[in-house]
Design a binder for this molecule. Sequence first.
Ligand SMILES: *Cc1c(COP(=O)(O)O)cnc(C)c1O
Length: 221
Amino acid sequence: MESAATRLAEVEANIARMCKPARREFEDITLIAVSKTHPVKKITPLLEAGHRVFGENRVQEAQEKWPTLREQYPDTQLHLIGQLQSNKAEEAVELFDYIHALDRPSLLKALAKAMDKTGKRVPCFVQVNIGDEDQKGGCPIKELPEFLGKVCEVNIPIAGLMCLPPAGIEPAPFFAFLEKLALDNGVEGLSMGMSGDYETAVRLGATHIRVGTALFGARGD
Ligand SMILES: *Cc1c(COP(=O)(O)O)cnc(C)c1O
């Protein structure tokens, strides 16, 4: 088995390799190590190797794992990458530095309330339902400009747009489309790309890639 540090070096080398033809800078891409389902003992080696940006998809799991780790590594940046229920908004705002799945008015309202109450404004990525899939979360493409306007109205900092392209088909057109939507709407960040397609995402402008399996190995789920 490769060590976590070796895997990290490999993923970083792949990112750097894709930057060249895309004329991008390695520093402009944030690698979010998605540690969901993985225990603390698998996370520590990456922290020891110097990595500081991590992603979790469940508030409760993150609350169990991260407060102690953060005492040891206070400069850690934590991203919530999964669906968020409105009743968990306050806990999410307290724990996370970025939230990636702001996708509906009810959640917007809950997050705004939580940020007002805690006095902490957490930058959010607005998730777009880029493949127009019925079962998937994300703001409908047609409603994006209006929704972004609502996010601004309640003073939630917009970190960018986020997407999960449809499974099983070439993701590149969806990444390119998200990039265009960001450009059209004057939004800078792009959270797109996972273990199977982060290189394509980097080529097409991702500023944040969310990589789990390629760093930690398969999840037991
Ligand atoms: C789990 C997850 C990832 C990471 O997936 P891998 O294929 O393990 O890299 C990225 N984004 C979201 C939203 C996820 O839920």
